[in-house]
Design a protein around this ligand. Structure first.
Ligand code: NAD
Length: 256
């Protein structure tokens, strides 16, 4: 059995997927468990977390579920308390939750802006506020925040791009504040990976265009993003903090 995360306890938020297939949170949870971590699979829909947990248990991995809405501070506190009660420690907080908004500047409503900011950005502040005192007590840990290449390129997705750029700012700010406590904070910026989040209503033609947009013209999957999370969760990245690991097949460095 691989053991890059042996002995570690990880929380994965948004550990389910909104539809059939494998999203980024589900892939990260499965890979964390394959690498020996005990994983608390958190989702606002319990059945989604249970699906991921069942996949892990089918491979003899160690995981359990929790229903929680990470836009609520009390739920975030309960999430961290549950990990400690069940597993006795916490090493990794994988902040994967995010929702999309495709509206451009003039289309996006104030309500949609507020919702995206709450789910994609404020949730990460709240989970960190709940987890960090415990990580300080434990003398260290790894926090991974899922951003997006939408934060780095000229996307028309106003609220989404802004929230995901905020995730990077939060990551760097926390990395600076927490290095003294041996808590590393990094972000992953996935490119156009094919997951249930984007698959809904996507034509075969658009899917092909997304594949061809990258330098490496293989379709990106949630597993590609999950492996980046394994690295950042593991001690292999012990000297890496405040970074944005872009996982996008090279799309963000193209000149076309
Ligand atoms: N798919 C892509 O191409 C892509 C690209 C860049 C970044 N991302 C990011 O990857 C992350 C995960 O995407 P995914 O494809 O796995 O999405 P997904 O929608 O399939 O899964 C996300 C899960 O989060 C849960 N969730 C949503 N709001 C929640 C809340 N408030 N509290 C608890 N759980 C909540 C949902 O129920 C869902 O099961 C997101 O942050 C997304 O922005 C995705």
């Amino acid at each position: 059995m691989p053991d890059r995360l042996k002995g570690k306890v990880a929380i994965v938020s948004g550990a389910g997927s909104r539809g059939p297939g494998v999203g980024n949170g589900k892939a990260a949870a499965v890979l964390f468990a394959r690498e020996g971590a005990r994983v608390l699979c958190v989702d606002q829909f319990l059945d989604r977390a249970e699906e991921t947990c069942a996949l892990i248990r089918a491979e003899n991995g160690n995981a359990s579920t929790l229903q929680a809405d990470v836009t609520r501070a009390a739920d975030c506190e309960r999430m961290v308390a549950t990990a400690l009660e069940r597993y006795g420690r916490l090493d990794v907080l994988h902040n994967n939750v995010g929702i999309e908004s495709r509206k451009n500047l003039m289309e996006v409503t104030e309500e949609e802006w507020d919702r995206v900011m709450a789910v994609d950005l404020k949730s990460m502040l709240l989970t960190c506020q709940a987890a960090i005192p415990r990580l300080v007590e434990a003398s260290g840990g790894s926090i991974i925040n899922v951003s997006s290449v939408a934060a780095l390129r000229a996307h028309g997705r106003t609220a989404y791009s802004a929230a995901k750029a905020g995730v990077i700012g939060l990551t760097i700010s926390l990395a600076g504040q927490l290095a003294k406590d041996r808590i590393r904070v990094n972000a992953i910026a996935p490119g156009m990976v094919y997951t249930p989040m984007v698959a809904e209503g996507m034509s075969a033609e658009l899917r092909e265009r997304r594949r061809l947009a990258a330098l490496i013209q293989d379709e990106g999957t949630a597993w590609d993003v999950g492996w980046a999370a394994v690295y950042l969760a593991s001690d292999e990245s012990r000297w890496v903090t405040g970074q944005v690991l872009v996982v996008d097949g090279g799309v963000s460095i193209t000149t076309r």
